[in-house]
Ligand binder design. Structure first.
Ligand code: NDP
Length: 474
């Protein structure tokens, strides 16, 4: 199926930005190099469009979201192909991601009744009514790793709550977002309620973060960029949510189903070529089962099929860019050359097809020193470091010893361990006998340097609504 909103070649636009397929180095499309002028114009239009959308009944807004979700589902195959081409992930992951975007819209459409949560009561000062109003023009800045889902997490609640929103996609993976936005407009979203402005983060992203006309900003990306966004938004007292990096621990106890845990670790680390904020980034295994567990991991990891995500049977695509791959290779090299650990499998760049491709071998590291660069730094790629632990106290204490606190998982059937781990692991989400799953109903976000605020679930609506109190003296 043809893409319904494929952007024109932009040949007539000066200095367009190319979007490159990381599996082949080929050109996928071009985007407009937006500037602060585009952001100013978008804010003006969004402000003008906002009042009408804000007062539409929430159930009418929900109809637009449901219809857009249906359009997206109909075009799932085409959008998934585009997502794989610009981002690199295997087609089956892209299909799930596109369906996930639709599901997020459906979820917010289905809870739109909650937005009418105004209530009245009486007090010594008369009747009190608390209404919940949309905040106005919002901004969303998103990364390249899971663009459709992260777009859904921001656009879904913002629109359901009656706001207008300006989305800045990642420069290296913007095309699918443009298609998804097109579906919302086709479904009946009034003009200018959702606008996509493309262009470099330090220009377009900063203009969104610092624009006085934008009342709320939701950002997903690196910690350093998050700090910059927060500092630019602070003088205007904007609402800010920041979904930043993670260094998720996975703790495997000796009573765990080791086969299931190994499957969970491989999916949890190598899904999306390891480029997921909640990927398993540090794996702790009870020393009494370490050897058996590492052997299982090694067998599974070395049999992963790496290749162009558009080809069938591929388990893992390329790293998203050559620059990103160099960072990962450097982290592994410093770990090994510094004597901080050993490679069990993988560890190197691979060329598949031509030199423009950016593949990296699925890598398993063991024998790690706590000072290893792959443990001290967030590794955003297909590298799994495994460490043994002697006691649960040790495992939890080391798991908590990073600046991050996004996700964590514990694998056991002992309810006392479950209870302790859930209580003590410093993370926004703790999984038991699973990792990585985030259904649309549950809140998602981090503690410590992993960010502030929550997305997803009904909790996300808090960012996009504000209370107004009315006291009526009879
Ligand atoms: P970046 O922070 O570099 O980029 C994210 C977005 O911010 C992009 O749209 C980027 O634009 C934009 N941006 C870049 N510089 C600025 C700036 N100065 N002001 C405003 N916006 C800017 O992150 P990555 O794309 O490298 O994403 C990977 C990181 O994101 C990882 O660290 C990962 O852990 C984290 N992440 C966190 C998630 C979470 O939910 N907690 C989910 C996914 C990723 P451009 O593309 O033009 O550079």
């Amino acid at each position: 199926m043809d893409l319904p909103y494929f952007i024109p070649a932009f040949d007539d636009i000066e200095d367009p930005i190319p979007v490159i397929n990381p599996a082949t180095g080929a050109l996928v499309g071009r985007i407009h190099q937006g500037s602060t002028i585009e952001v100013d114009t978008a804010v003006l239009r969004a402000s003008e469009a906002f009042p009408k959308w804000a007062v539409i009944d929430a159930t009418e807004r929900a109809k637009v979201l449901f219809k857009a979700a249906a359009l997206v589902r109909n075009r799932q195959a085409a959008f998934a192909g585009l997502l794989t081409s610009e981002q690199g992930k295997p087609l089956k992951e892209s299909k799930n991601e596109i369906a996930g975007f639709a599901r997020i819209l459906e979820y917010y459409a289905s809870i739109s009744g909650l937005l009418k949560g105004d209530y009245g009561n009486s007090s010594a000062y008369g009747h009190a009514i608390v209404s919940r109003k949309p905040v106005g023009v919002c901004g969303a800045i998103i990364p390249w790793n899971v663009p459709a889902i992260i777009m859904g997490w921001k656009v879904g609640p913002a629109l359901a709550a009656g706001n207008s929103i300006i989305l800045k996609p990642a420069t290296t993976a913007p095309l699918t977002c443009i298609q998804l936005a097109g579906c919302l407009v086709e479904a009946g979203l009034p003009a200018d309620i959702l606008q996509v402005v493309t262009g470099p983060g330090p220009v377009v992203g900063e203009a969104i973060a610092s624009h006085p006309g934008i009342r709320a900003v939701s950002f997903t990306g690196e910690v350093g960029t998050g700090r910059r966004v927060a500092s630019l938004a602070a003088p205007y007292f904007k609402r800010v949510t920041l979904e930043l990096g993670g260094s998720d621990p996975m703790i495997v106890c000796n009573d765990a189903n080791l086969a299931e845990a190994a499957k969970g670790a491989v999916a949890g680390r190598f899904f999306n070529c390891g480029q997921t904020c909640t990927a398993v980034k540090r794996l702790f295994v009870d020393s009494s089962v370490e050897e058996e567990f590492v052997h299982k991991l090694q067998t599974m990891i070395s049999s992963l099929k790496v290749g162009n995500g558009l080809e069938s049977g591929v388990d893992m695509g390329p790293v998203h860019s050559l620059a990103q791959r160099s960072l990962i290779a450097d982290q592994v090299e410093r770990t090994i050359e510094g004597g901080f650990g050993t490679i069990k499998t993988g560890g190197k760049d691979i060329t598949i097809g031509n030199s423009g491709s950016s593949f990296f071998e699925p890598t398993l590291l063991s024998g790690l020193d706590p000072e290893a660069p792959v443990l001290k730094e967030e590794v955003f790629g297909p590298v799994l470091p495994v460490m043994p632990f002697e006691t649960l106290d040790d495992a939890i204490s080391v798991a908590n010893s990073t600046q991050f606190g996004l996700g964590a998982s514990v694998w056991t059937h002992d309810t006392r361990i479950v209870s302790r781990a859930c209580e003590e692991l410093q993370a926004g989400i703790v999984w038991v006998n699973q990792h990585l799953k985030i259904p649309p109903e549950v809140p998602f976000g981090g503690t410590k340097d992993s960010g502030i605020g929550r997305e997803n679930g009904r909790y996300a609506l808090e960012h996009y609504l504000e209370e107004k109190t009315i006291l009526i003296k009879p």
